[in-house]
Structure formats: structure tokens, C-alpha cells
Design a protein around this ligand. Structure first.
Ligand code: SAM
Ligand code: SF4
Ligand code: F3S
Length: 444
């Protein structure tokens, strides 16, 4: 099996991106080599997302594309991984015989065995929630990620069961990895040259690990990572308002490497909607967190997620969401129309008029995007800190991000990759800042 090629196409959240990298780490033990040529692989994995829209249909569409790519070639071993694999499992074999292996997110530790023992035309499915064995297995496999910015999963799954969300069904119950294993993996990343670590979890701030009667929380991980001199930045995502505890808030005053950027989904500015969604927090809880954080560090900016047109959303509820956006100037945000997910409580409720939902989304996005444009514009002519990630593929420019994770494109040089440097911003648009490095500006 030496030097077989593997290609993984990843959809969805950062956790899927982390998982895909770990699958590459695992299958390299079998001699599989990562390829960027998707039409020349011996194994083709689709790492799927089930969060919205016609997720399932998209997967079949993708398989159709792969079939075309390999029409006159040897068929790759076709693996469907991720959240659609978990939700649909064996049903997929019936509809699409091209699929060879179905692999749910808590069964990735089985990937090597499945590929090693693969026999043509013998379908295999693994969708058990075996989270402890999965992380136990991957703790033995080195994380080879050597990008400047890397993800590190510390917690997975969700026990909150928001009525709209499929994640508790696809990722299973909340599980927190052992503290020491997380720090060990972070050390591997730092040795590989990683300068920014983003700690991941579906509810990352619900992280809780007990050892010798001591509870380790997200704050302990952040404070521990802060001590590694080669590490430049620490981030975490996605957090839930219910788990924004005082120790975590305190990190923003004591921890220089923790970026002043909080992605904290609220979903709606109406308490009535939050209750119907089973969010377990109110708008006031959210505003309270906002004020506490702003008090600790005025520099902190927020981003959020919004669901527009949730069943039962009235004009008044919608206006309350709009008012919230006027109050908090989110630096960036994700907003989507409610999408009924199979198996969730909300999928059984009556949908609101599609056109009204679309109109509301347009209004909310215009406001959010205008905020974003204004905030970015306010950075023009300023000299800001940028962690340089890479040279761009198609242009002779460099790419990095500011403290708020906004992309920055600028004239730079190879020596700056991995460094925190000063960039003067010249122009901006909704999503990106453009600048240059002045010789007289010293690196931070
Ligand atoms: N755990 C995070 C939280 O509770 O805030 C969110 C994780 S979820 C993967 C990311 C986002 O997808 C949610 O914040 C929500 O806005 C969106 N989302 C989830 N289910 C959705 C649905 N059925 N329709 C539309 N958006 C949805
Ligand atoms: Fe989904 Fe809610 Fe869990 Fe977030 S907290 S992953 S939105 S169920
Ligand atoms: Fe999608 Fe699963 Fe992530 S549904 S957003 S890939 S947890």
C-alpha cells in the first residue's frame, strides 16, 4: 500500500478541518500521501456538514462530480465522513452504490483499519459514538500540522439541544479531552512551527476535565498555553453564552496572547425566540457578558451567529434582533435563514413565509455588512499588528490576519512569515484590509 494518494474535500466548520488533518496524519501510517489533485487519488474522502440547507443533496451532487472525474480511471475508494455520514449512515449505500465506506465523526480511529482491510465491493459503515476511543487513538498519533495557524479540538459534542440544531445528533454528547493530552498536542504544534492555536469545541467554553479532584476549564488551557514563548496568539471557538464563566472572562485581563475577539452566537435579539429555540440564555445575559468583557478590555470586539425566520418569528421579534445589532457593533457575523433539520424539534414546526424570511435576512445582513465596512474603514491609515501566515498563491502578496481575525493582504517578504509585524492599512472592503510594510515600522 505504499505511496497511495488520498484527497479529502472538507465542508462545514473548523472541527471538520481539524478532523481532516488528523485523518491525513493517521492514514500516512498506511503509506497514504496527501494529494491536492482531486482527480488522481486512490482514496477520496468527502468530509461533510449537515448544519443547513440541502446538505444531503449536496453530498450526492459531489459524488456525481467525483464519478465524472474518474469516469475513465480506476475508481477511488469513496469515503463519506462527517456529520451527513453520521445522520444518514447506511441509507446512503442504498441511494449511491459508488460509496464504499461511511464513517461518522466519532469513529475516525477506525479509518486505518477500514482502508487497510478494504475489499472491492464490500461496503463498510462505522457510526458509533466512541469518542473516548477516538481521542485515545489520536493521542498516539503525532499532529503534523505545520501551518502558522492551526486548530486544536479540546471538546466535542453538545448536550444543549437547541431545537433547531443537528449537532447533538451528529457529534454526540459533550466530551472534554484530558488536559495533559491537549497540552501535549499543543506542544507538537508549537514544535512544528505553529504560531497561533485556535482551541475548538462545539461548546468550547463548556470544556471541563476532572483530574485528582481538580477541575480544568478552558481558562486553564489558555493560561497554560500563554507560557509558551514561541506561541504568538491564542483563540477559541465556538463558545456558548451559558458557559462564559468568570474565570474565562478574567483571562482577557491576564493573558496577553488571547486575542481580543469573541465569537459568541446569540441567534436572536428576542427573548421569546430564544426561549422557543431552547437557547437557555436571554438577551440580557448576552448584554451582561458583553459589558463585563468590555469593562475588562475596551479593545474586545464581538462576532455572532443569527438565525432569521425561525418558526414563530414575528415582525416584533425580528425588530428586536435588529435593535440588538444597533446596540452591539459586531465586527463580523454569520446570518442564515432557519433551515429545518431532520430529527430536530424545530423541523416539526410551521415555517414562516419564505419571502418574509428572505426580506428579513436582507435587512439584517445589510446592517451587519455596513457595520463591518465601517469598522474596516476606520482602520485605514492605521498601523496594525498582523500575524503573517503565507505568501499568496496567485499574486505576489502576503496574507495574514489582524487581532480580530480579519484577513490582511499586503506587500511583504518571505522572512516575515510566522512573525507578528506592523502593517499600514491603505484600503479596505467588507472582508479584507489591504496594506504595506514600511521599513521604518518595527515588528511588534
Ligand atoms: N455551538 C454554537 C452555539 O451554540 O452558538 C453553534 C454551533 S453551530 C455548528 C453554528 C451555527 O449554525 C449556529 O450558531 C446557528 O446560527 C447555525 N445553525 C445551526 N442550526 C441551524 C439551522 N437549523 N438553520 C439555520 N442555521 C443553523
Ligand atoms: Fe447546536 Fe445549540 Fe449545541 Fe450550539 S449549543 S451546537 S447551536 S445544539
Ligand atoms: Fe457541520 Fe457538523 Fe460542524 S453539522 S458545522 S460539520 S459539527
Amino acid at each position: 500500500m505504499l505511496n497511495k494518494k488520498i484527497f479529502i474535500k472538507t465542508f462545514g466548520c473548523q472541527m471538520n478541518e481539524y478532523d481532516s488533518n488528523r485523518i491525513y496524519d493517521s492514514v500516512s501510517k498506511l503509506g497514504f500521501v496527501k494529494t491536492s489533485n482531486q482527480s488522481n487519488a486512490d482514496c477520496y474522502i468527502l468530509n461533510t456538514c449537515h448544519i443547513r440547507d440541502k446538505a444531503k443533496e449536496k453530498v450526492y451532487h459531489e459524488i456525481g462530480r467525483v464519478k465524472k472525474l474518474y469516469k475513465n480511471k480506476k475508481k477511488p475508494i469513496m469515503v463519506i465522513a462527517g456529520c451527513v455520514a453520521q445522520a444518514e449512515n447506511e441509507e446512503m449505500f442504498k441511494r449511491e452504490p459508488y460509496i464504499d465506506i461511511i464513517l461518522g465523526p466519532q469513529s475516525y480511529h477506525k479509518v486505518n483499519d477500514l482502508l487497510d482491510e478494504y475489499i472491492v465491493n464490500q461496503k463498510q459503515e462505522e457510526t458509533e459514538f466512541d469518542t473516548i476511543s477516538k481521542f485515545g487513538y489520536f493521542d498516539q498519533i503525532k499532529n503534523n500540522n505545520n501551518k502558522i495557524s492551526a486548530f486544536l479540538t479540546i471538546q466535542e459534542g453538545c448536550d444543549k439541544f437547541c431545537h433547531f440544531c443537528v449537532v447533538p445528533y451528529t457529534r454526540g454528547p459533550e466530551y472534554s479531552r484530558p488536559f495533559k493530552k491537549i497540552i501535549g498536542e499543543a506542544e507538537q504544534l508549537i514544535e512544528n512551527g505553529v504560531k497561533e492555536i485556535t482551541l475548538l469545541g462545539q461548546n468550547v467554553n463548556a470544556y471541563s476535565y476532572l483530574e485528582n479532584a481538580k477541575e480544568y476549564r478552558l481558562s486553564h488551557i489558555i493560561n497554560c498555553l500563554n507560557q509558551y514563548s514561541e506561541l504568538v496568539r491564542i483563540r477559541y471557538t465556538t463558545s456558548h453564552p451559558r458557559d462564559m464563566t468568570e474565570d474565562l472572562i478574567e483571562c482577557y485581563s491576564s493573558n496577553q496572547k488571547l486575542m481580543p475577539f469573541v465569537h459568541l452566537p446569540i441567534q436572536s435579539g428576542s427573548n421569546r425566540m430564544l426561549e422557543l429555540m431552547n437557547r437557555k440564555h436571554t438577551v440580557d445575559d448576552y448584554l451582561n457578558i458583553y459589558e463585563r468583557l468590555k469593562k475588562i478590555n475596551q479593545d474586545i470586539e464581538f462576532s455572532s451567529d443569527f438565525i432569521i425566520g425561525y418558526p414563530g418569528e414575528t415582525q416584533k421579534d425580528f425588530e428586536e434582533t435588529f435593535d440588538l445589532i444597533k446596540k452591539i457593533k459586531f465586527i463580523n457575523s454569520f446570518s442564515f435563514i432557519f433551515s429545518p433539520r431532520p430529527g430536530t424539534i424545530a423541523s416539526k414546526l410551521d415555517m414562516i413565509d419564505k419571502n418574509i424570511a428572505k426580506e428579513r435576512l436582507t435587512i439584517i445582513q445589510e446592517k451587519l455588512f455596513n457595520n463591518q465596512i465601517k469598522i474596516n474603514k476606520s482602520m485605514e491609515n492605521q498601523i496594525i499588528d498582523v500575524l503573517v501566515e503565507n505568501k499568496m498563491e496567485k499574486q505576489n502578496k502576503f496574507f495574514g490576519r489582524n487581532k480580530y481575525i480579519t484577513p490582511v493582504i499586503f506587500d511583504g517578504n518571505d522572512n516575515q512569515i510566522g512573525k507578528n509585524i506592523k502593517v499600514k492599512i491603505q484600503t479596505t472592503n467588507q472582508n479584507t484590509l489591504f496594506g504595506s510594510v514600511n521599513k521604518n515600522m518595527r515588528a511588534a
